[in-house]
Design a protein around this ligand. Structure first.
Ligand SMILES: [Zn+2]
Length: 465
């Protein structure tokens, strides 16, 4: 049973320190991925520290209402609930004389968008800037982080070699970044109790200290947290549907470089193909069976439209912005205006607050196991980049079977397919399977032509056992 209690202790200066759901993590136990019916205790040095701070909160009560929402949102995701024993979640209230604003008079001096008091600013890389406000922001952020007893400052190596070829995750994403520490910075303004957010790496204030922490700013709390912690990309379309992605798939798949997006349509190169209709559970429309929709190529990602796909219609990592709801044909688009034109930022809301798509759930599991060193075995390469490639092979060749048992993935897929089968998002009530927002994979040149027989969940489990 997930513990939703929040314990607090008052400190000098009006500060209040909190522990969130302590009984979830005090024993440091998570499922044993090699034997999912048992648990393992992870060393304290491999716990994931989540440090929650707040800027612009003038009373502790204002901050605490945000903490309550964060913890209940975290518990709703099956993967965080299952692995709650790995996340040591603590928070600090620091009184602020003023709400956050463009004037930057709040305690941490987080910068708010020039035109929108409900939005954190994306401008001028203010979180890394050398001006006075930028320095104060980083000084105070790291004083707060360092004030937590035993905070885990393990980091990814400075010489980690993940390339820099315009992939979702590269050297700049992880080198010198804290491996087991994520900061959440709630941000209150005069008009909003926690603004629309973003996730960014923030360097320590000393310019000679290159260590960085990934910070989830603002609301959409678990969405931003999952950017910061699990390196997941947005799955929505933005920028008025005009910008195609220039990213490419990482040339070397490892547990560090996995992405929830892909940039190819060729079967054999789709990272979530095992979840799709041609994957481990073969499925197709026949008789009363609905068309399968989990694991095809769904258009869009990281705000771009074109040359980028994600794995399901809906996910916590999706959103609204400029999403199509049913069709990419403008005059038939339910999110378009009556005359067929389209207004920016009126797209379809495709976020599930309480559910990751099946592929994001698997990636988050892998991230947790990587950071807690559960994928490691004696004799693995000492270089983390090399080890991460072996861990990915270990996952594909065996540990994924255990993951399927742990989450009962066949049942999850059946439930999600049933959810999609009941949706009719078209302008004239057309069912989701008639949508042009997804496509099947292009066949790889060397793909065998004989179809594999459909198998049921029970038979699949028999194979897995
Ligand atoms: Zn997803």
């Amino acid at each position: 049973m997930f513990d939703l209690t929040i314990g607090s202790s008052v400190e000098p200066g009006g500060r209040v320190r909190y522990e969130l759901g302590r009984t979830n993590w005090e024993d440091r136990r998570i499922p044993d991925i090699r034997n999912p019916s048992a648990t393992v205790q992870i060393p304290e040095s491999r716990m994931v520290d989540v440090v929650i701070l707040g800027d612009g909160y003038e009373t502790a009560a204002q901050f605490e209402s945000q903490l309550t929402g964060w913890l209940s949102g975290f518990a709703k995701l099956a993967v965080y609930d299952t692995f709650a024993g790995a996340f040591r979640i603590r928070a600090l209230y620091e009184p602020s004389d003023a709400p956050a604003s463009t004037a930057r008079t709040s305690f941490y001096r987080c910068r708010i968008d020039d035109e929108d008091d409900d939005q954190i600013s994306f401008d001028d890389s203010w979180w890394t800037a050398d001006d006075t406000d930028g320095q104060v922001f980083r000084d105070r952020l790291f004083v707060a982080v360092d004030s937590f007893a035993g905070v885990n400052l393990q980091r990814y190596p400075a010489d980690l070699d993940l390339g820099d070829d315009n992939t979702a995750i590269d050297n700049d994403t992880l080198s010198n970044v804290y491996r087991n520490l994520v900061v959440c910075m709630f941000v209150r303004t005069a008009s909003d109790s926690n603004v629309s957010g973003m996730a960014r790496p923030v360097p320590r204030p000393d310019p000679d200290d290159h260590r960085r922490v990934r910070v989830a700013f603002g609301a959409h709390r678990i969405h931003e947290f999952s950017h910061a912690f699990a390196l997941l990309s947005d799955e929505y379309i933005d920028k008025n549907r005009t910008q195609a992605s220039t990213r490419v798939d990482h040339p070397s798949t490892s547990v560090l470089t996995l992405s929830n997006l892909c940039h190819t349509t060729t079967d054999g190169d789709i990272p979530w193909a095992h979840l799709g209709p041609w994957g481990r559970i073969r499925r197709q429309a026949s008789g009363t069976d609905p068309d399968p929709l989990v694991g095809w190529l769904w258009v869009g990602g990281h705000g771009r439209y074109g040359n980028v796909w994600h794995s399901e219609y809906r996910c916590l990592m999706n959103g609204s912005h400029d999403n199509f709801r049913f069709t990419q044909v403008q005059e038939d688009d339910p999110t378009a205006n009556a005359d067929g034109t389209y207004t920016e930022e009126t797209g379809a809301g495709l976020r599930d607050g309480d559910r990751f798509c099946m592929w994001c759930q698997e990636i988050v599991t892998i991230r947790i196991l990587e950071k807690t060193d559960q994928l490691h075995e004696p004799g693995d390469p000492s270089d983390l980049g090399d080890a991460a490639i072996e861990w990915w092979q270990r996952w594909e060749q065996g540990l994924r079977n255990e993951y399927w048992k742990l989450f009962d993935v066949p049942s999850q897929i059946a439930d999600v397919e049933a959810m999609y089968a009941a949706m009719s998002p078209g302008a004239r009530g057309e069912p989701l399977w008639q949508s042009d927002l997804y496509g099947v994979y292009d066949e790889a040149p060397d793909k065998p032509t004989n179809p594999v027989a459909d198998i049921g969940d029970d038979e699949l489990f028999a194979l897995l056992l």
